[in-house]
Design a protein around this ligand. Structure first.
Ligand SMILES: Nc1ncnc2c1ncn2[C@@H]1O[C@H](COP(=O)(O)OP(=O)(O)O)[C@@H](O)[C@H]1O
Ligand SMILES: [Mg+2]
Length: 265
């Protein structure tokens, strides 16, 4: 058996007296599309923040391809092939879509300002041209090549989420962590985003771990497996069919989750 891309083992994160993540364990395998779901406040984003190195865990360990990454910085983790998006997208609003893709995602670039300046100011060279062609490929994969030269300030909320996903794909990651990429996105576009991700996983063999708070929605989106969290703990893991049939999950959820189709696009 090959090593899992991601192995989270008894991960725990306390904020003072509050235990936000309680000894959570799960894996993501190569080429797997996994949903991380649970009601608001159950610890999903905190789990992502620990995995991506933004928060130091209280205890437990995180491995990527069998290497312990528990104590690495976000940029070191990114260099190993993991990128992530944040629950609240933050694009460069005065720049076009393609320009946004050319800038490394926020808080994930190594030598920060220097690298940023280089990516924006350096005259065209091979690396720059490669990056540009990669950016167009990413827009093709997300089926939005026509948006390349739009200002991101002109995009809808859903389109902005797509650009954010595109940005996270720029470095050819092996593992993408996406934090609620369809929250507040209208139903049809939300489904298209999941469809695109499914195709990208199938075509490129990368792994995707995606947070979504709406269970009804994610059960219908073709993910391989779902990790269900509740009050900081993993309640169960299984295929969408197994999750749907689990009474405990349904109970934890009753009245707790909203519907993404109710949000603005
Ligand atoms: N930086 C922080 N400091 C203190 N409490 C936090 C912090 N981040 C999250 N929390 C708390 O941890 C719990 C889990 O939050 P979060 O991981 O954001 O939930 P989710 O993403 O599942 O909605 C919540 O009670 C939240 O208020
Ligand atoms: Mg969250």
């Amino acid at each position: 058996m090959t090593e899992p891309v991601l192995k989270v083992d008894k991960l725990r994160k306390e904020f003072g007296g509050l235990v936000a993540v309680k000894d959570v364990s799960f894996t993501v395998e190569r080429g797997e599309f996994v949903g991380l779901i649970g009601p608001n406040g159950c610890g999903k984003s905190t789990t992502f923040n620990c995995i991506s190195g933004l928060l130091e865990q209280t205890s437990g360990s995180i491995e990527m391809f069998g290497n312990d990454i528990s104590d690495l910085r976000p940029d070191q983790i990114q260099n190993l092939g993991m990128t992530r998006t944040f629950q609240h997208t933050n694009l460069w609003r005065q720049m076009t879509v393609i320009e946004n893709l050319m800038v490394p995602p926020r808080r994930q670039f190594g030598s920060s300002i220097k690298e940023l300046a280089r990516s924006l100011l350096m005259p065209s060279n091979q690396a720059e041209e490669d990056r540009l062609s990669r950016a167009y490929d990413v827009l093709d994969q997300l089926e939005v090549p026509h948006m390349a030269h739009n200002l991101t300030s002109e995009l809808s909320g859903g389109q902005s989420k797509l650009v954010d996903i595109g940005r996270s794909m720029m470095g050819d990651p092996s593992l993408l962590l996406l934090d609620e990429p369809v929250a507040g996105v209208a139903g049809p576009l939300a489904m298209k985003i999941f469809n695109n991700l499914r195709n990208i996983v199938d075509e490129t063999g990368i792994s995707v771990l995606i947070i979504e708070h709406n269970m009804d929605f994610i059960l219908r989106q073709g993910v391989d497996r779902i990790v269900v969290m509740n009050e900081g703990e993993v309640l169960m893991q299984g295929t969408p069919e197994e999750v749907r049939a689990n009474k405990e999950v349904i109970e934890a959820y009753l009245g707790a989750a909203g519907d993404p189709s109710e949000g603005e696009e």
